[in-house]
Design a protein around this ligand. Sequence first.
Ligand SMILES: Nc1ncnc2c1ncn2[C@@H]1O[C@H](COP(=O)(O)OP(=O)(O)OP(=O)(O)O)[C@@H](O)[C@H]1O
Length: 228
Amino acid sequence: MTAIELRDVTVRLGDRVALDRVSLSLDHRRIAVIGANGSGKSTFARLLGGLVTAESGSASVLGIDPAHRSTELRRRVGFVFSNPDAQIIMPTVAEDVAFSLRGERLPKAESVARVAAALERFGLGALADQAAHDLSGGQKQLLALCAALIREPSLVIADEPTAYLDARNSRQIADHLLSDAGHDLVLVTHDLRMAGRCDVAVLFDAGRVVASGQPDAVIERYEALLSC
Ligand SMILES: Nc1ncnc2c1ncn2[C@@H]1O[C@H](COP(=O)(O)OP(=O)(O)OP(=O)(O)O)[C@@H](O)[C@H]1O
């Protein structure tokens, strides 16, 4: 179970209050985060991963305070962002996935075998030696996901992972993220169908949580908010 606890958390970015006294307690495997542009979703995701710090309040993710032990948290968290180009680090597909395992100091043969198995699982086996930057957008996002999941993180934080993908690729990424039993998921998305497949949804508006609970009910609340 993902244990996420926020108590009265405020995050300021520049002169903006991006999160405004947010309190939340979530113990669900798949958490959807929805809301209008600029409502604070990405800031929330980044806070959970220790990428931004709170000005006040307290937070706990997987029992870890992201502000104080973010290195430990980052070992247990995998990130996937909307722009897969920004996530490619190494020249070829196989090298890029192998790079994710560098911290584990595995024997070479074991690393090669794990990379090959992961590439097969994500349908990238035939592309192992291709230049990563030459992949299509959908293939790049699969590569980013593969590189994040090969470390077997306890929690995956995905921030609009299907933003630039067509319907077929979106579905493929969504299926991997949502059906993989091995990790918990925090999914920031504008795709309400994808949000509806999660176990709980959280709705942000102007930096505050305005609803959380059963996804269909929260999505309905969001649609009502949008039509105001
Ligand atoms: N680096 C920054 N410096 C100053 N303000 C920022 C910064 N990043 C975000 N903000 C502001 O913080 C608020 C929340 O932004 P955030 O990116 O969390 O929203 P979001 O809900 O993820 O939006 P979107 O759906 O457009 O991605 C917005 O008002 C935004 O303008």
